[in-house]
Design a protein around this ligand. Structure first.
Ligand code: ADP
Length: 453
């Protein structure tokens, strides 16, 4: 087993990984930007090294500095967390080149699923249903119009290299398409270093349901069930739950098997997520595979009792999975609320500042994954998600009540948070009935209007 792991990330996920290492008796190295000198993750680790100026591009995306930090401290593995360099095949390759283990899939597998257009082809060839759309990239507006007319509007233009809800556009007619293609390609080139685009039929009012998989280097792949992540604002998730309220045993098995096939087709080892859109008739369509730990992994951990980060580390060490599919059980219901440093009562505008009070109630079935504490400085340099509150209970209704009680009891001062919005959401009649699709926020609880009921 590894003696020392460098955690190439910040915030709650860095803390989560450091904690897992502690439990496993593995020493940790934190890396931090000049803005994060006093951050929680910097203090939690056994060693910490400054890797650059505050902007992500100068520090948490600075592969050379991170690799130097790993070599200097003698780390034998790097955990990338999510975001930042986690799905950068070149980084994974450079890590391996330094004789350090990358805790994640191989550079080849990252590249294979990282190009979303290529991934669609891989999945279709493996018999995994994909969203109807173009199978190759679209070169120009004429080609795009032709494909769109065959599919029927509305369609989505997506950047093959996109991610995190960015690089996506909904197009309703030929005129819009004419304008959008060049602009989208330019933007994609600037944002992702890859201007390639592809087109999908826009499947409105479906659920976003994703399946967690675990794969080892010995040919074993299992799935850990699904998560419903339909509650989204501008394609970004705000609340996730497991199980999905409309997925029963049969459908879970079918989606799970498709996800396992997807992982096998991609030659995938480590933890990963296969994302689908699910319609009300139980038909599901692959949208993409994420080659990393997901923000919302805790809801799956609460349901299965499996520590996914620990499994990532074990698998990267060459060990076999400890679980066979038949031994994985799904118990009760779990919900995660992503707490953002943003004004939950006024349009989610960012709310930087110093946290002067940070109290979140605890109790049975309550877990808080946080990257902050009293005194923490929340800066605008980074993602506004500062913590996650996860609740578990035996059924969905009591899980919702537990989450409401926890969030109502939270006392956070110095910054604004999205907790007031989450409380409205948890009280919403449609949400409480489990009637949620990716259009839910826009239709039932629009954020631009302050989330009024
Ligand atoms: P990213 O890689 O940026 O996360 P995805 O391709 O996973 O982008 O899509 C993000 C979200 O956009 C999905 O969760 C879903 O809500 C919506 N979406 C994606 N593809 C479609 C589609 N073809 N039709 C309707 N909604 C879609």
């Amino acid at each position: 087993m590894f003696d020392k792991i460098l955690v190439a990330n910040r915030g709650e996920i860095a803390c989560r990984i450091i904690q897992a290492c502690r439990e496993m008796g593995i020493a940790t190295v934190a890396v931090y930007s000049e803005a994060d000198r006093e951050s929680l993750h910097t203090h939690m680790a056994d060693e910490a090294i400054c890797i650059g100026a505050p902007p992500n591009s100068a520090s948490y995306l600075n592969a050379a500095n991170i690799l130097s930090a790993a070599v200097i401290t003698g780390a034998d593995a790097i955990h990338p967390g999510y975001g930042n360099l986690s799905e950068d095949a070149n980084f994974a390759e450079a890590v391996e080149g330094c004789k350090i283990t990358f805790i994640g899939p191989s550079p080849e597998a990252i590249a294979r699923v990282g190009n979303k257009s290529e991934a669609r082809k891989t999945m279709r060839d493996a018999g995994v249903p994909v969203v109807p759309g173009s199978l190759d990239g679209v070169g120009n507006a004429d080609e795009a119009r032709e494909i769109a007319n065959e599919l029927g509007y509305p369609v989505m233009i997506k950047a093959a290299g996109g991610g995190g809800g960015r690089g996506i556009r909904i197009i309703h007619n030929d005129d819009q398409m004419r304008e959008a293609v060049d602009q989208a390609a330019q933007e994609a080139r600037a944002a992702f270093g890859n201007g390639a685009l592809y087109i999908e039929k826009y499947l409105e009012d479906l659920r976003h349901v994703e399946v967690q998989i675990l794969a080892d280097g010995h040919g074993n792949v299992v799935h850990l069930g699904e998560r419903d992540c339909s509650v989204q604002h501008r394609h970004q998730k705000l609340l996730e739950e497991a199980p999905c309220p409309v997925v029963g045993t049969q459908l879970r098995r079918r989606m799970g098997e498709a996800a396992v096939r997807a992982a096998q087709a991609a030659g995938y080892v480590n933890a990963g997520t296969v994302e689908f859109l699910l319609d009300e008739r139980g038909r599901f369509y692959f949208i993409e595979m994420n080659a990393r730990i997901q923000v919302e992994h805790p809801v799956t951990e609460m349901l299965t009792g499996i520590d996914i980060v620990r499994e990532q580390i074990r698998v990267a060490d060459g060990q076999k999975l400890r679980h066979e599919q038949g031994g994985i059980w799904f118990n009760g219901h779990a919900i995660e609320c992503r707490i953002l440093a943003a004004d939950g009562e006024r349009g989610f505008i960012p709310s930087p500042g110093t946290i002067t009070r940070w109290e979140i109630p605890s109790g049975p079935g309550v877990r808080v994954d946080s990257g902050v504490a009293v005194g923490s400085e929340v800066s605008t340099h980074y993602d506004p998600m500062i913590a996650k509150v996860i609740c578990w209970d035996q059924d969905r209704a009591s899980c919702i009540e537990r989450m409401r009680a926890v969030l109502r009891g939270a006392r956070i001062e110095g910054i604004k948070t999205t907790i007031p919005y989450h409380l409205k959401l948890l009280g919403n009649a449609y949400f409480r009935r489990g009637e949620v699709t990716t259009q839910f926020i826009q239709r039932r609880l629009p954020i631009s209007q302050g989330g009024g009921l």
